[in-house]
Design a binder for this molecule. Structure first.
Ligand code: G1P
Length: 275
């Protein structure tokens, strides 16, 4: 029912310079796997097999990663090294991959609108690969797809964050529907600490209904002069319904060096070395 997932990956990754001078930040490895691959695995696990990347200049390595590398694969064919490619080969065989470019950095709302030509008129997922979400039994996107089947409206993943962190996020407020589920009545992009409507921060996982595209088109630039998906979602919440979901799992902010190192240590100890 939901088949497509957008990955906005046009950002520069300035917090990781000089590593990201010529390499996409999404290709930085958490242990031995690029960050973006974790997100794509999560999408495919949730049944979202049509993957759409909204890219920008300097992101070619992402396209190459989700494609065959004949020379390399020929070279290691039949050797013990081939096993390292099993995971990515499965992904390439299972998913389909489309790429479209965001020419100007006009915000997440604009990036999602650029993805309209990939998505068309269907509900779709959005994963911000910087937010690495790990859950052993059921990934966050799979959890959200289940909720979508029940409520048929846009859903954002949220997490409670400490007060001194709140201004880095979109923040939601609303009415509790049941444990872990809130019907959104207010939403603010990166509010100053004293103006935050709650401690519930939006994490980079969304399911959006396709009417969001027209709403984004009518949404003026907001915080930092960029078109914010948070603003468009607030309109959608007022006109219809948007849910906020407190997901199960651990999240790492891999857009920051600190979060990235924490994620690397966690994956090494709990996944890589535990194999
Ligand atoms: C984006 C969204 C923000 C959300 C965050 C999650 O911000 O605009 O609402 O809380 O992702 O990571 P960014 O971190 O891209 O500035």
């Amino acid at each position: 029912m939901i088949n497509k997932c957008l990955f906005p990956v046009a950002g520069y990754g300035t917090r990781f310079l000089p590593a990201t001078k010529s390499m996409p930040k999404e290709m930085l490895p958490i242990v031995n796997k690029p960050l973006v691959q974790y997100g794509v695995e999560e999408a495919i696990e949730a049944g979202l097999k049509e993957i759409g990347f909204v890219t920008g200049r300097g992101k070619r390595a992402i396209e190459d990663h989700f494609d065959t590398n004949y020379e390399l694969e020929h070279q290691i064919q039949g050797t013990g090294k081939e096993k390292y490619l099993t995971g990515i080969r499965e992904i390439i065989d299972t998913g389909s991959f489309s790429f479209t470019r965001q020419r100007e950095m006009k915000g997440l709302g604009n990036a999602i609108l650029v993805g309209e030509r990939i998505v068309g008129d269907e509900p779709f997922g959005v994963i911000l690969a910087d937010d690495l979400c790990l859950e052993q039994s059921e990934g966050v996107m799979a959890q959200m797809v289940k909720l979508y089947k029940q409520f048929r409206c846009s859903i954002v993943a949220v997490e409670e964050v400490p007060e001194d962190q709140i201004e880095k996020f979109g923040v939601v407020d609303g009415e509790s529907i049941k444990e872990g589920l809130i019907r959104v009545t207010n939403m603010v992009e990166k509010p100053p600490r004293n103006e935050a409507p709650s401690n519930l921060a939006i994490i980079g996982r969304y399911i959006l209904t396709p009417d969001i595209f027209d709403i984004i088109r009518d949404t003026p630039p907001g915080k930092n002069g960029e078109v914010q998906i948070t603003d468009a979602l607030l309109t959608q919440a007022h006109d219809g319904c948007v849910m906020a979901y407190k997901f199960r799992g651990r999240r790492f902010d891999c857009g920051s060096v600190e979060g990235f190192v924490k994620a690397s240590n966690y994956v090494f100890e709990n996944i890589y070395a535990a194999k």
